[in-house]
Design a protein around this ligand. Structure first.
Ligand SMILES: *Cc1c(COP(=O)(O)O)cnc(C)c1O
Length: 491
């Protein structure tokens, strides 16, 4: 591409991005395409000769964009957010332009030094202990995998790395403990790291869906008695279903008593620790070996950007470093070479977008946005609680409300859980098909549960109000009860 052509299309693309961010509300949140619809509009064979950029961009607008579910939409209340922001997009663009590979210090000194710096900024913002050192990973799944490998190697004296799993674990089968609400990545990582899915022990939760530390200890003791070898605890701060907060202080004392590695998965909720009034979620963090959270979820930084911290970088580096001749440099003793801090060798310049975000918002700006989200979630919770036809299904410590429709018509007998599951599934499908909002579900205590998570960059009070209106005026709801806004029928 000629330089002038690049400049012309570059301006066009940036204009498109600015318009998109301004107009994103006009799109249906959830893409309405059916399976195969995107591919069927595209040729099966690659183009033999180059095509003009005008045509490529037109297809992007006409074929790709309709197949996009808009995570940037202010009425996206599904899953957990993957939010971004203007400064982050600009940082990502510059990182793409530089196209560097930050595998060792020398291959891009600025990338390594900025990464060390912004990770220490985050450490200070979250109130993590001073000895914690950070590295940016792609996702929390990868961070937890690194933690499991560290745990495995520390407990076996680095014997699995040296001799493989069979010979390295002769002292007994290694066990990993997480709560019944722990994320699926724990099981996936346990498979990849060689533990095996059946050696992930699911610890009981209390009525708030947080890990019960007494049950944790009992299971560890029971395993020891039968010759199994407790290795790692993965606690969750902000579970994916309901943002339950596992109590780190008692869990850390169990970890210490039995010599286990303690990893904390705070993928979404970690960001909330920048608020002094929410710091309690990390109480006990000094007893934790590793900790991961995703600025790409709730800190306005483009996917992907996951912050992994450890108080024991020596174990991480020893577990993961392999140093062939072609990667040695004269400076190795004086600098950080992040290739030894994670799985892959090549590394993106993710620190750049994070630096743009932290500088552009400032700590106070970030705190203000998070407080706004939390206050809106609080307000939504009060609407659910005030409605006699909806019920809350879990506490709301942060930005996510778990609830369900539970009509209490006089004439009707109490509905069974099975019937309520069906009704709520129908409600979910109806509101999502409307394109106005997007919410998702989970199961809590066996019950089909609707989740409403407030965390998008552009979400304001009017969007949350519209979300609630859409839910309580859905046809599924109106067919059962007489309340709701008379002017509306359907979401
Ligand atoms: C989202 C989430 C994950 C997975 O995050 P990735 O970065 O996509 O791997 C893990 N744990 C919890 C608690 C999550 O909410």
């Amino acid at each position: 591409m000629e330089r002038e052509t690049f400049r012309r299309y570059g301006h066009q693309v940036v204009d498109w991005v600015a318009d998109y961010l301004e107009d994103v509300e006009r799109y249906p949140v959830l893409s309405p395409v059916v399976p195969g619809e995107v591919q069927k509009q595209l040729p099966r064979e690659p183009p033999v000769t180059g095509e003009p950029m005008d045509k490529i961009l037109a297809d992007f607008r006409d074929i790709i964009v309709p197949g996009v579910t808009h995570w940037n939409h202010p009425r996206f209340f599904a899953y957990f957010p993957a939010n971004n922001s203007g400064p982050s997009i600009l940082g990502e663009l510059l990182s793409a332009a530089l196209g560097i590979n930050a595998m060792v210090w020398q291959t891009c000194p600025a990338a390594t030094e900025l990464e060390e710096l912004v990770m220490d900024w985050l450490r200070q913002m979250l109130g993590l202990p001073e000895r914690f050192r950070g590295v940016i990973q792609d996702t929390a799944s990868t961070g937890t995998l690194c933690a499991l490998v560290c745990a495995r190697e520390r407990v076996t004296g680095f014997r699995v790395n040296a001799h493989g799993f069979a010979a390295g674990t002769e002292g007994g089968t290694l066990r990993v403990y997480t709560s019944q609400e722990g994320h699926s990545s724990v099981e996936k990582d346990a498979k990849i790291a060689g533990f095996g899915a059946e050696n992930v022990v699911r610890v009981e939760v209390d009525e708030a869906y947080a890990m019960d530390p007494r049950d944790l200890e009992q299971r560890i003791v029971a395993d020891q008695r039968t010759g199994l070898r407790p290795c790692c605890i993965v606690a969750t701060v902000g579970t994916t279903s309901s943002t339950a907060i596992d109590p780190l202080t008692p869990i850390a004392s169990v970890a210490e008593r039995y010599g286990l590695w303690l990893h904390v998965d705070a993928a979404l909720a970690g960001s909330a620790a920048i608020l002094p009034e929410k710091r309690w979620i990390l109480q006990g963090i000094e007893g934790v070996d590793s900790f991961v959270f995703n600025p790409h979820k709730w800190l306005f930084t483009n996917f992907d950007c996951s912050a992994y911290f450890t108080r024991d970088p020596e174990t991480l580096i020893r577990a993961l470093s392999v140093l062939p001749e072609y990667l040695k440099t004269d400076l190795d003793r004086h600098v950080t070479n992040y290739r030894d801090w994670g799985i892959q060798l090549g590394r993106r310049f993710r620190a750049l977008k994070l630096w743009f975000v932290l500088r552009s918002y400032g700590v106070q700006g970030l705190q203000q946005r998070l407080r706004e989200h939390i206050a809106l979630a609080e307000e939504f919770r009060t609407w659910v609680e005030a409605s006699e036809h909806f019920e809350l299904l879990a506490p709301v410590p942060l930005n996510t409300i778990c609830f369900r429709f539970h009509p209490r018509a006089e004439a009707e007998d109490e509905l069974s859980d099975e019937k309520l599951d069906q009704l709520n599934k129908a409600l979910l499908d109806e509101v999502n098909a409307s394109g106005r909002i997007y919410i998702t579900h989970t199961r809590l205590g066996g019950r089909f549960t609707l989740r409403f998570c407030v965390g998008q960059t552009q979400t304001r009070r009017e969007h949350v109000i519209e979300g609630w209106e859409c839910i309580r005026n859905a046809r599924v709801v109106r067919a059962r009860i007489e309340s709701g806004d008379k002017g509306h029928d359907g979401c």
